[in-house]
Design a protein around this ligand. Structure first.
Ligand code: XMP
Length: 317
């Protein structure tokens, strides 16, 4: 029978054998998978694991600083790279969702490669690939692989000429969480909702500017904090805010406003392949709506997305 304890023991031994006294480089995303994978590799080879965490400017509010800090507390050898301006520059004026994904994927590889070549004698590339990623990236009819191009897998290994270390390759998400718990990874990582690689770029419909990112980060932080405070965060599979490319009329005091609208999204799901919109309490939605409109400059309207997947998708882009 599969147990997290036995898995950890076997995997750490296998990584030791595979890597020996060579070095591994790995990109961290702040997500469950890369964090658990890194910690397993770290258990096996200690400081010979070199981690890179890239700030693409499209993460949640304060996420880069907080997560980088947690990684350091875990004892990981991690370098944070601020590449915001590069990403904003290249995304300037780009509206097409797939184009955004391509640019972000390409820049991410560029930045990571630049860091990796500065480290000498790296022989292995660590990755947090899990079993569903493997299936989705090989099956022609895999839903997300064909409908939206995810870039978690692929790209990196071919270009970098390194062997892979993928300790989670045969695990499902719930097993990854159990392994993470077994090796003492904090709930900050384990209970975190999935977050797309292209980040807020695909939650800002239309073109991306630093101002829009900041506006969305503020609204998103109010929503996510609110879910946690109300004890609802762990009851939904994923939640987030979407900045619509729509301005509408409102009234604030005696003034007419003409500002942006955000959509709140929350879904229940077991694997992200199908999902239902979460029936969040009206009182909760009312409070979040008020808070966002009162606190976030530039937003005067909030709507709730009541579409399920299929036929809608979880993200809007
Ligand atoms: P959709 O929108 O296809 O999303 O229903 C299903 C799950 O995949 C995530 N998602 C992405 N993850 N890169 C990622 O790493 C992407 O380009 C991407 N697009 C969607 C989405 O957040 C949800 O969890």
């Amino acid at each position: 029978d599969w147990t997290p304890a036995a898995f950890v023991q076997e995997t750490v031994a296998r990584i030791k054998q595979q890597v020996g006294d060579k070095k591994v480089v790995m990109a961290l995303s702040g997500g469950v998978d890369s964090t658990v994978a890194a910690e397993l590799i770290h258990k096996a080879i200690g400081p010979n694991l070199y981690c890179v965490f890239v700030d693409n400017g499209l993460l949640r509010k304060d996420e880069f600083e907080t997560v980088l800090d947690s990684y350091k507390h875990m004892g990981l050898n991690v370098k944070g790279v601020n590449a915001k301006d590069l990403f904003y520059g290249q995304l300037n004026g780009v509206k097409d969702p797939e184009e955004k994904r391509k640019i972000i994927g390409r820049l991410f590889i560029e930045v990571f490669q630049q860091e990796a070549v500065q480290l000498k004698d790296i022989a292995f590339l660590g990755q947090g690939t899990i079993y569903p990623d493997v299936i989705e990236s090989v099956s022609v009819n895999g839903p997300s692989a064909t409908i939206k191009s995810h870039h978690n897998v692929g790209g990196l290994p071919e270009k970098m000429n390194m062997s892979l270390v993928e300790p989670l390759r045969f695990l499902f998400k719930d097993e990854v969480r159990r392994v993470g718990k077994e090796i003492g990874i904090s709930d900050i990582f384990l209970a975190r909702h999935p977050f797309p690689g292209p980040g807020l770029a695909i939650r800002i419909l239309g073109d991306i500017t630093a101002e829009k990112v900041e506006m969305l980060q503020e609204a998103d932080a109010i929503y996510i904090e609110g879910l946690k405070e109300a004890g609802l965060y762990n009851q939904v599979w994923q939640a987030g805010t979407i900045l619509l490319p729509v301005q509408s009329v409102g009234v604030m005091g005696d003034e007419r406003t003409y500002e942006f609208c955000v959509a709140l999204r929350a879904v229940t799901s077991t694997d992200g392949m199908t999902a239902d919109w979460a029936h969040l309490p009206y009182e909760f939605l009312a409070k979040i709506s008020n808070d966002i409109i009162n606190k976030v400059k530039g937003i005067n309207r909030v709507v709730y997305d009541i579409s399920s997947k299929p036929p809608a998708t979880i993200e809007w882009e």
